[in-house]
Write a protein that binds this ligand. Structure first.
Ligand SMILES: Cc1cc2nc3c(=O)[nH]c(=O)nc-3n(C[C@H](O)[C@H](O)[C@H](O)COP(=O)(O)OP(=O)(O)OC[C@H]3O[C@@H](n4cnc5c(N)ncnc54)[C@H](O)[C@@H]3O)c2cc1C
Length: 463
């Protein structure tokens, strides 16, 4: 019966509509984390803004919620999507680069891999993160912490305009002068306010930079994390570095030298000369890496510097922002997941990103996600291959959480992969303003963003 009702949607859209039981249903509802299962009422693939508006209007009439999604890289917080129309915007593929104005306009389905190489060819760089496979819209709406973040801040605050279908089915253009409250809320408040169809943002002149990775024997993990952590206070905003412990799987798309091997790795991107960069990183290089890929490179190289996976995988992930990384915490982490922990490759990737710099400074006109708390961002991911592995990964990630707890100062919502109370992601006054904007633009709570922002409840007048 429900399926019969939702099949009406097919007549309204030029793009495909896939319903439970249809051939292609499993593919249509699939996401990036193979441990998770989305069960929406239907999946629609709009081909343009008109289609998006028609799908939103239909959902409102049919009493469905609407979850905008592009790559499903952050599907976990949405839960099972019961009673929800999943609006997959991946067909919105417009890309316009205005190199002279240092501005980009993309459709909401565009991933960084379609933009970063074009920018690089013009001597420009956007504020993308570790994976070119991530969608620009979802990344930007949640924050967006990339390789140039200590110098240029979050991608959300590089956004100059958005086009969005709101709850009444209207397509509106939003920028600093038009719907300024909505413009503020969208830059950090995620997909809670409507379905973004296009997004425009500023990019930066970067002809080349000094970037690469130092690979150390896994047995040196403790030395590497201690040396990296001691170095952080000396590093300028122009240098962003990440220290990781990585167990590379024995898969063909892993670089041959790393396949099936484990390393402590320090990756960095430096907006400066090779001589300066070498000087800044000397204490790490003095530890004797077994492989050193640093070179002066065009910005396109940043796309694959982190060697993130492209294919969906089954995983659990944990994350925290830390005020600092004390020597005792490093020792505890190494004891729990390091070479002698007995845990083997349970935590497939443990990563620490240096924050601070522009990430800690609110700029005039910034959006709801103006800054991120903490000096170090921790992410730990464990790939799960079977049931026994699931329990082992959960236990190892819990051990990581316990080790960093004394230094935990907050979260970065884009790295939260489970349903969570989003009020904890924002300062109280920011949260109150987000809820007020939600009440203004989506009082019926039609849109299900990955991290839910409920509309503010109107104050009851005394009789
Ligand atoms: C391998 C990997 C690497 C990553 N690296 C980084 C990194 O370096 N830095 C960083 O900051 N983050 C990183 N992330 C996190 C990433 O920013 C988030 O997962 C982000 O939400 C992904 O956006 P998406 O559109 O690709 O994913 P989706 O799951 O499709 O979207 C996530 C959410 O964004 C919103 N959204 C998406 N499209 C629209 C739209 N058109 N209209 C309205 N709302 C929309 C929705 O609320 C949606 O639930 C990484 C994630 C993965 C899996």
């Amino acid at each position: 019966m429900l399926t019969a009702i939702h099949s009406e949607l097919r007549n309204l859209l030029e793009g495909a509509v896939v319903l439970p039981g249809d051939a292609g249903w499993d593919e249509a509802r699939s996401g990036f984390n193979l441990l998770l299962d989305q069960h929406p009422a239907a999946v629609a693939f709009p081909v343009d803004a008109r289609d998006v508006a028609a799908a939103v209007a239909y959902a409102r009439r049919a009493r469905l919620r609407v979850a905008p999604q592009a790559t499903a890289h952050n599907q976990g917080p949405l839960g099972d999507l019961e009673g929800t129309l999943l609006l997959n915007v991946s067909a919105l593929q417009e890309v316009r680069v205005d190199a002279g104005a240092q501005r980009v306009r993309v459709g909401a389905g565009v991933k960084w891999d379609r933009v970063a190489p074009r920018l690089s060819a013009h001597g420009l760089a956007g504020l993308h993160g570790s994976s070119p496979d991530v969608g620009i819209a979802g990344y930007s709406l949640g924050g967006g912490m990339g390789w140039l973040a200590r110098k240029h801040g979050l991608q959300a605050n590089a956004v100059t305009a958005l086009e969005i279908v709101i709850g009444d089915g209207q397509l509106v253009r939003v920028d600093a002068r038009h719907h300024p409250d909505l413009f503020w809320a969208l830059r950090g408040g995620g997909g809670n306010f409507g379905v973004v169809t296009a997004i425009e943002f500023a990019v930066h002149p970067v002809d080349e930079l000094y970037a690469g990775a130092l690979f150390f024997e896994f047995g040196r993990s403790s030395d590497v994390l201690h040396a990296w952590s001691s170095l952080l206070p000396t590093l300028p905003d122009e240098l962003m570095s990440w220290a990781s412990l990585i167990h590379f799987p024995p898969l063909p798309d892993v670089p041959a030298f790393a396949r099936g091997r484990s390393f402590a790795v320090v990756m960095a991107a430096f907006l400066g000369t090779e001589a300066q960069g070498r000087d800044l990183l000397r204490p790490l290089r003095d530890l004797g890496p077994v492989r050193d890929t640093f070179a002066t490179v065009p910005p396109v190289v940043l796309g694959d510097l982190a060697m993130d996976p492209y294919d969906p995988l089954p995983f659990h992930l944990t994350h925290a922002n830390l005020d600092r990384l004390s020597g005792e915490t490093i020792d505890e982490l190494i004891a729990k997941i390091g070479p002698d922990s007995g845990r083997g490759p349970t935590v497939t990737m443990f990563q620490l990103r240096h924050m601070g710099g522009a990430l800690a400074r609110e700029t005039p006109g910034a959006g709801a996600r103006a800054t991120l708390p903490g000096e170090v961002c921790m992410i730990a991911l464990g790939a799960v291959m079977d049931e026994a592995g699931d329990a082992a990964v959960r236990a190892a990630l819990a051990a990581v959480d316990a080790a960093v707890l004394p230094h935990r100062v907050g979260d970065y919502p884009n790295f939260i992969e489970v349903p969570a109370d989003a009020s904890g992601f924002f300062a109280p006054h920011v949260w109150a303003r987000l809820r007020a904007v939600k009440a203004q633009y989506d009082p019926a709570d039609l849109f299900a963003g990955n991290h839910h922002i409920p509309p503010a409840v109107p104050l009851q007048r005394a009789a």
